[in-house]
Ligand binder design. Structure first.
Ligand SMILES: [Zn+2]
Ligand SMILES: [Zn+2]
Length: 114
């Protein structure tokens, strides 16, 4: 049996080509495809340490226009903390590597003089 079904698809409001399955601007609700999300929008994670559904997506217009909006501010605050966590992680890794290298140097010196 063959039937023709009508399927509703969301087309990206930016490039008008791709199907926009994943993203929608949190403020203006325009559909955004995966590619355009990289170029036309800003993604905000809803937790500091992971990202999954519930993340905010703002097209560039709305990102600018909603700076004072409580929801946008809440997302932006998490984004700031994420950046902080990342830079802390990098700094921590650097210091760990230095500390481990220092221990190795001392051990090597001691075994050389023993
Ligand atoms: Zn697109
Ligand atoms: Zn928007």
């Amino acid at each position: 049996m063959k039937v023709t079904k009508q399927v509703e698809v969301a087309i990206c409001d930016f490039c008008k080509k791709q199907e926009a399955l994943y993203y929608k601007c949190t403020a203006c609700e325009k559909d955004i495809c995966y590619d355009c999300c990289e170029t036309e929008a800003v993604k905000y994670s809803h937790t500091v340490h992971s990202s999954r559904s519930g993340d905010g997506v703002y097209c560039h217009n709305c990102d600018e226009a909603n700076k004072a909006d409580p929801l946008h501010r809440a997302y932006a605050r998490i984004a700031t903390l994420r950046r902080e966590a990342n830079s802390f992680g990098e700094d921590f890794k650097k210091r760990s590597d230095e500390a481990e290298a220092a221990l190795k140097r001392v051990q090597e010196q001691q075994s050389a003089t023993a």
